[in-house]
Structure formats: structure tokens, C-alpha cells
Design a protein. Structure first.
Length: 657
């Protein structure tokens, strides 16, 4: 990399200049010793070395300053370095006249550009080729071709040598010169836009100020309830004035809670109002809201729902609106026998407030992450990770030495903690202390949202009346009015986590001819969708881009949601289902009755309802480790529950139907 022009000597030498004061500000220019990666011929690789670079201060933190180096920059990116204040005086010297340094370097690269252009002109003139001729699409001038031949003859050269020189200029010399010229222009452009670094840093400060104002506006909106809608879903007497409000920690989900209280006959909740009617039943609200004053947060569902799209613009916006409503949070608040629903568009995490051991400030901490996302562990836990990693590497090397002919991927000890060096101490000795502190503050602000909402509800609504004056913004006032209930830890899970796949395999091991199953209809509809989509692709008259994920042809009822196996192939582990469908065309020469149809379904797509025992679904919901994956087991298990309860809608249809 070319040297930078320095004024009044080198950094650290007499005459370099001292700063007027010790205060470091954004947009100041300094000569800084920063690490750079350069190619080392002896090592045969890039190694990190320390070089002095001309840098602009872009950010000043609590214990460090971030600088942007001119060298190493490209037109679309910059090289940033963080320097701790403890090392600042050793590594940095202030430049009092940065504009002169920038102008000198611009002139330097401009002069190199002129010299390079002169070399190109001399080469083209020696070969008798003008720069205008080298432009693509330029017509050839016969007089210029004659001039080129004259140059060759006057120089005494042969036509063969002239041709070789032209080929060399085309393939080697000119591309190399143009590449050097491009690099020179790039460096000149970087120095010409050097002043923009300080302006961008000033704009970043203004952006931070705007974000602070937006956060304040958001908090005011939370307190004022500008994004809320309240509705009383159950009337009754309020709780005693001295009763505390119990706030449940974990986020609840409406579809999961309906499953937990499932009974044969099921529940049909097509809207929030339907769920309200279900919730106000005594056996339901006393389970979800067990205290006289209680608050829980709910969403419609945990994971996004896959919705069918009919291919129209209106259908797209309807699905988008429904998906947006799935992210809303509904606060259900019980006050005695009253139940209120507060609709809010505020996004909460899986927990409304943190666990006790989420961040332990009583011990020294280590952080790993980048930007806004940081993970924290104690120094004790970090040392344990380092110890385990050393033991893993010892076992890895021992195994590799014992099995020299084995592949690396056969080593059972190849996986481990490979990013332990990414952990930084959570104290002011780290230049990432501000980032870690800001990440924690952002989490704390998100946890404080529920406090702002509840303070607003206490002050401006009748939901929790009667109550004494409440000041949740003070520790004493919070303790007097609120009790946090960590319902994630209220019960111990079974020692063995329920395994739905193992449960399914155990049931399917009993499959045989005549077994009642579920899953065959989904398999058949996906197969028919593939056939229909292929037909639409072949039809040149088809203008719609919509393609089916599931498809049921007209007049074909399919195998049915619940069906009996007509023939079980024990060796292939496949089931055959048979039924009748309508004819698509009229047959004038023969019978026109229904046609017998069949489909063969592999075992992995089926669930054996015959082997299911009523109540088996509860083991997967009651364990919080499997509750999050309820979408995988609810359709099969609840359909089996309805079948064994005798629900006619969940019985196999007869062949003559």
C-alpha cells in the first residue's frame, strides 16, 4: 500500500503537533497505530501487523473511541477500529491540519494518474494506435491504419514483430496499465471523499438522538394506551382493595390453552370473541387466572399459520391482515369475578419479565455477540466451557492419533465450542462494554413495557378498581401493588422428555389390515396437487401463476380424513386405501357408475388411531418442553381422541357412501 504524505514529521516525532486539549470529539483526525492484515512472503499468508494510519473519529464511547482509517477503505466500505482510552495516548497523535493532509494526498494521486495516462499515450503512440481507436464501436480510419504501417517501416521493424507487439500490448501491457490506473483513481476518489467520514459520524449522532425521542414517544403511547382497546368480557364483583395484581411470566397462546382443556366434542374458536366465551367458563378462567387479581399475556398462536391463497390481490391482503393479527398481544386481566381483555399491538417476548438467573450481576460476566444481540455467562461458567473445550481437543487429538487412516468427519469429538475467543469481559476494560450494556438496557426496556401499560391501566381505567394509589416506578410502590409469578418454574417436568416420534412409531408398529389411521388424506391431496399443477403448467391457456399445495378433484372424495386400511403391505410398510369416485366423462358404450380408486401411502405419513389410548395427548402438552411443538401432534392426537369418543365426524366412512 502506498505511503501517506505526512506533514511536520512522523507521529511521535518533534514538530508533529500536539492537540489543543485532551478532549476527543467526533470528526477529529488523528494518526493512529492500528492492526492491519498484510501479506507476508516468509509466512506465505496474511498476518496482522501494526501500522500508523490517518484516521477520523466516528464514535466516542464511555471507555473507547472508534476511528475510521483512510487506508484499507474502498468506495463502499470503511475500516473501523476501536481504541481503549487507556491506550489512546500511546497509539494516537492529533492532526491539527487534516485538510492539508487530504489535499496533499489528492494531489499525489492526481499526479500519479497523469503519469499513468502519459505512459499509456506513449505506448499507443509507439504502436501507432490512437486512444480513440481503442474505444469499442469506433470505426477504423484507413488513413490511421496507413500511419501505423508507416511507423513500423520507419522504425525498421518487421510486420511480424509489430504484430507480436500489438498482441502483447492487448493481452499484457495495456490491461496492466489500465488496472493500475483504476486503482489510482479509486485511491484518489477515497481521499477526495475523506471529509464525508466526519459528516457521516455527525449524522449518526443525530440519528441516535432521533431514536431516543422515538423511544420516549413510544413509552408515552404505552402509558396513555394509544394502541390499546379494552373490553369487559365477564361481569361480576371486583376483588378486595388490598389484593395485589399477580402478573404471570410466560406468554400464553390461545390455541394451546384450548388444547390443554380439550374434551371430546372439541372447541371451535373462529374469532377472539369465541375464545372469550370459552375463557369465561369457571373451569377455564380459574385455571388460567388462578388469583383474584391476575394478568396474563396471550397471542393467537405461537408459530405463523400457513394459509391458502386464492391467487387474488384481495386474498393476499386478507392473509396479510390475519398474519398481522396473530402477532398482537391480548392482556386478560381478572379483577375478582370480572375479566377484561386489553388488545395491544405491542410485541412482547416469550416472557413478560426475566428469570432470576437470566443475568446474574453478583458475579463477573462475559459477553459474546455483535451489535444488539449479546449472550452472557458468568466467568465461572466461561472457565468451565474452556475446561471442557480443552478436554474435547485432547480427546480429538488422541482419537486422530489412534485412527490415522480415518476421515476427519468420523471423529466423534470434532464438535465443540469453537468461538470461545469471542467472549469479552463485561467491564470497562473491553471496548465492547457499551454494546453489551446497551443490549441489556434494550432488554430491560422491553421488560419494562408491561410496567408502563399496567401503570397506565391503574391511572386511567376502571379495570382494576378499587385500588389504593399505585406508583410502579418506585421499588416500594411496585412491591405493594404487583406480585410476579414465574409460572415457567411452577412445576417440575417429568425426568424423561416425551418423544412424539417415538410414540408414533410405537403405535404404527401395530398397523395391520383394518387399522384406523389418519394422514392418508393429506398425502393424497398433496399428490393430486402435483398432478393438477403439472396440468396447469402444460396448458398454454392458463394465465394464473397460483399453484396448489393441496388439491381435491371434483367428484372424488378421496380416502377420507379417518379411514381403514384395506390392505397392509407388511414388508414394504405401506397401506392401500380404496374408495369410489365419479366418472369424469360419460361412457355411451358401457356402465356409468362410480369408479374404484386407490392410493398407497407409506407408513411415515400415517398415525395409527387404533393403537391410541384416550388421554394420551395430555403428556405432550403438560410438559413445557414439547408444548411449543404442539402443531406436530395436535391434528393426529385430537382426531384420535374424537374417534374413540364416538364422534360420527371422525369415523371411517363406509365403502358404499
Amino acid at each position: 500500500m502506498p505511503d501517506i504524505i505526512r506533514l511536520d514529521g512522523e507521529p511521535g516525532q518533534p514538530g508533529f503537533g500536539e492537540p489543543e486539549n485532551d478532549e476527543i470529539k467526533v470528526a477529529q483526525w488523528w494518526w493512529c497505530e492500528v492492526p492491519v492484515r498484510e501479506w507476508d512472503d516468509d509466512e506465505g499468508m496474511r498476518v496482522e501487523k501494526t501500522r500508523t494510519r490517518f484516521c477520523c473519529v466516528t464514535h466516542v464511547g464511555s471507555n473507547y473511541a472508534e476511528v475510521s482509517s483512510i487506508e484499507g477503505r474502498s468506495r463502499n466500505s470503511a475500516t473501523y477500529h476501536r481504541i481503549h482510552f487507556d491506550e489512546w495516548d500511546k497509539r494516537c497523535k492529533r492532526e491539527l491540519n487534516p485538510q492539508k493532509v487530504i489535499d496533499e494526498n489528492v494531489d499525489k494521486w492526481r499526479g500519479r494518474s497523469r503519469k499513468m495516462l502519459l505512459k499509456i499515450q506513449e505506448l499507443t503512440a509507439r504502436l501507432g494506435v490512437s486512444p480513440r481507436q481503442m474505444l469499442p464501436g469506433t470505426p477504423i480510419n484507413p488513413s490511421e491504419e496507413t500511419h501505423a504501417l508507416t511507423v513500423v517501416s520507419d522504425g525498421g521493424g518487421s510486420m511480424k514483430q509489430y504484430k507480436a507487439d500489438l498482441i502483447k500490448a492487448k493481452e499484457e501491457t495495456l490491461p496492466k496499465l489500465f488496472k493500475s490506473l483504476e486503482h489510482i483513481h479509486e485511491r484518489m476518489a477515497i481521499w477526495m471523499t475523506a471529509e464525508k467520514i466526519g459528516l457521516e459520524a455527525d449524522c449518526a449522532i443525530q440519528t441516535t438522538t432521533i431514536e431516543l425521542v422515538e423511544n420516549r414517544i413510544f413509552n408515552v403511547g404505552l402509558y396513555a394506551g394509544l394502541s390499546e382497546e379494552c373490553k369487559k368480557v365477564k361481569r361480576g364483583r371486583p376483588a378486595d382493595i388490598t389484593e395485589k395484581l399477580h402478573v404471570m411470566q410466560r406468554m400464553h397462546f390461545m390455541d394451546e390453552e384450548c388444547v390443554s382443556a380439550y374434551k371430546p366434542g372439541g372447541i371451535c374458536c373462529q374469532s377472539i370473541r369465541d375464545f372469550d366465551k370459552w375463557l369465561v367458563k369457571a373451569e377455564n378462567y380459574t385455571r388460567l387466572l388462578p388469583f383474584e387479581r391476575c394478568c396474563i399475556a396471550m397471542r393467537v398462536r405461537r408459530w405463523p399459520k400457513e394459509r391458502e391463497w386464492d391467487g387474488t390481490i384481495a386474498g393476499y391482503f386478507v392473509n396479510m391482515r390475519l398474519a398481522n393479527m396473530d402477532t398482537w398481544t391480548f392482556l386478560y386481566i381478572r379483577n375478582g369475578r370480572q375479566i377484561w381483555r386489553v388488545n395491544t399491538e405491542v410485541e412482547f417476548g416469550w416472557n413478560l419479565f426475566p428469570d432470576l438467573d437470566e443475568v446474574d450481576f453478583t458475579e463477573e460476566m462475559m459477553g459474546k455477540g455483535r451489535g444488539d444481540d449479546w449472550h452472557f455467562v458468568t466467568v465461572r461458567e466461561y472457565e468451565e466451557l474452556v475446561k471442557k473445550e480443552k478436554e474435547r481437543r485432547r480427546k480429538h487429538d488422541a482419537w486422530a492419533k489412534k485412527h490415522p487412516n480415518k476421515h476427519y468427519f468420523d471423529n466423534p469429538h470434532r464438535h465443540g465450542e469453537r468461538d470461545l475467543n469471542s467472549y469479552k469481559p463485561f467491564n470497562d476494560s473491553s471496548v465492547y462494554f457499551d454494546d453489551m450494556h446497551e443490549s441489556l438496557n434494550r432488554d430491560i426496556q422491553s421488560y419494562n413495557r408491561i410496567g408502563l401499560i399496567l401503570q397506565g391501566i391503574y391511572d386511567r381505567s376502571e379495570i382494576l378498581h378499587p385500588h389504593p394509589p399505585v406508583k410502579l416506578y418506585t421499588p416500594e410502590g411496585f412491591a405493594a401493588a404487583i406480585k410476579l409469578v414465574r409460572d415457567n418454574d411452577m412445576c417440575l417436568p417429568p425426568p424423561v422428555k416425551p418423544d412424539f416420534m417415538a410414540y408414533t412409531d410405537a403405535c404404527n408398529a401395530q398397523l395391520k389390515t383394518g387399522s384406523v389411521t389418519i394422514g392418508q388424506e393429506d398425502y393424497w391431496e398433496e399428490k393430486m396437487a402435483h398432478v393438477e399443477n403439472s396440468r396447469m403448467d402444460r396448458d398454454w391457456r392458463e394465465t394464473s401463476h397460483y399453484r396448489h399445495k393441496r388439491y381435491s378433484p371434483y367428484g372424488d372424495p378421496g380416502p377420507g380424513l379417518i379411514a381403514k386400511i384395506d390392505h397392509w403391505q407388511s414388508k414394504a410398510r405401506k397401506a392401500r386405501y380404496e374408495w369410489y369416485r365419479e366418472r369424469k366423462r360419460y361412457n355411451r358404450w358401457g356402465p356409468n357408475g362410480p369408479l374404484r380408486t386407490k392410493v398407497i401411502v407409506p407408513e411415515k405419513r400415517l398415525f395409527n388411531i387404533s393403537a391410541y389410548k384416550p388421554g394420551d395427548f395430555k403428556q405432550f402438552f403438560e410438559d413445557h418442553r414439547t408444548r411449543r411443538d404442539y402443531l406436530k401432534w395436535v391434528p393426529q392426537l385430537l382426531s384420535a381422541e374424537e374417534h374413540h369418543a364416538g364422534n360420527p365426524d371422525f369415523q371411517p366412512r363406509k365403502q358404499d357412501e
